[in-house]
Design a protein around this ligand. Structure first.
Ligand code: FEO
Length: 392
């Protein structure tokens, strides 16, 4: 079906031609409650240049926006910042229309990834420091390996002082307004933190390397691959990335658990209140009710992580196992915590949770709390006292 989507001008002869995925609620397991955008940019210069494409499901929207400015067949250059298909998915379709276009990608990882997905196209691999003149403008390429794939790259245009940053500085946030200052800043910053926690948390060192490489550039606009384009709050989002990539944590606690018959739940409530009594804000997450991607976003900058599970069939509950598996992959830094749980007879789950916390790099600061059946008033008082007396 024809659509009437149009390009949006972001600078003289530079246009946003991306797509808006209003309905996205799950991005490979990351719960995206506010949808997303897959941003692509078109530069009209002596060489007509397209920076990134979009998910294949949205090729018609992408082509409509490009076509509102120029015939896609006239594109001379396609910059592929990242092989992941949310950005490269429509590359084959665009390349089929723009038959002579060169496709810029990193060497060797971009080249390998694009070739594997889209076959032999007209690739032109680039490396760190390479520049291309497209007429009045220059494009400089800065590979950002493992931020968050081996092939990832950002592109800087010095004449415009625009950084095309792909996944970096972005957020999964569907909006009809393209710029940061046209949206609620707290909302986009909280979505940017959620994006960082769920996508970039394992790559803090690589993020710091990239921030250093970009440190000397004068930037007046960050044209991201997802969500808003930063033009007003550039130093705010860069400072957030400096903080997030440093692994800095705050004096806060997250208590994460599942419960079968409310006993582990009562323990979770007691532990949450004990931290609050120590003047350490604590958030209580029953895994039945809160998406993992929201929980890990809070854990990311909370110093303390306390995890509980009852025992079922000699195991921790599957919800807790899923949570710990997801957390471990994100390689959290600088957290401390302990395990707890109630059980009926065998009670293996609590030691399993403690082992998984250790495997995730969490420093254990209190011996695991194991309670059979229903915790008594005295046991709850003892748990509160132990937490209150805990030297942190
Ligand atoms: Fe937005 Fe890593 O793709």
């Amino acid at each position: 079906m024809m659509n009437n989507c149009k390009a949006i001008k972001i600078a003289e002869n530079i246009f946003w031609v991306g797509v808006i995925d209003w309905n996205l609620r799950n991005f490979h397991g990351y719960e995206t409650s506010r949808g997303s955008t897959y941003n692509a940019y078109l530069i009209l210069d002596e060489k007509i240049t397209l920076i990134d494409t979009a998910k294949i499901d949205f090729k018609d929207e992408l082509l409509a926006r490009i076509s509102s400015i120029v015939d896609p067949a006239k594109i001379d250059l396609i910059i592929s910042s990242h092989v992941e298909p949310d950005h490269s998915g429509s590359l084959g379709e665009i390349a089929a229309l723009a038959k002579d276009a060169e496709i810029i990608t990193t060497n060797p990882n971009g080249l390998k990834g694009l070739t594997a997905r889209y076959g032999n196209l007209n690739y032109k691999p680039v490396k760190a420091g390479d520049k291309i003149s497209i007429g009045k403008r220059t494009l400089q390429f800065v590979p950002t390996p493992m931020l968050h794939w081996p092939d990832s790259m950002v592109t800087y245009c010095p004449e415009e002082k625009i950084l095309f940053s792909n996944d970096a500085f972005g957020e999964h946030f569907a909006t009809s307004m393209r710029f940061d200052d046209e949206n609620d800043l707290n909302t986009i910053l909280s979505e940017a933190k959620k994006y960082y926690a769920n996508i970039l948390m394992p790559f803090g060192k690589q993020a710091q390397t990239a921030l250093k490489a970009l440190g000397d550039l004068e930037i007046k606009m960050i044209a991201t691959g997802h969500g808003v384009i930063w033009r007003k709050n550039i130093s705010t989002i860069i400072d957030c990335y400096k903080k997030w990539s440093s692994g800095e944590v705050e004096e806060r606690a997250c208590v994460v658990f599942d419960s079968m018959w409310h006993s582990t739940e009562i323990l979770a409530q007691t532990i949450t209140e004990a931290f609050a009594a120590k003047k350490i804000p604590a958030t209580y997450y029953d895994l039945k009710f809160t998406p993992l991607s929201d929980i890990v976003t809070d854990i990311f900058t909370s110093k303390y992580l306390i995890v509980g599970s009852p025992t079922i069939n000699n195991q921790m509950m599957p919800t807790v196992a899923k949570f710990l598996n997801y957390l471990k992959g994100l390689r959290p830094q600088n957290h401390k915590g302990f395990a707890f749980g109630s059980y009926g007879w065998s009670g293996q789950s609590i030691a399993q949770v403690e082992d998984e916390l250790k495997a995730a790099g969490i420093e254990i600061i209190l011996d695991k709390i194991r309670i059979t059946n229903i915790p008594s008033h005295e046991q709850l008082e003892e748990i509160s006292k132990n937490i209150l007396e805990l030297e942190l």
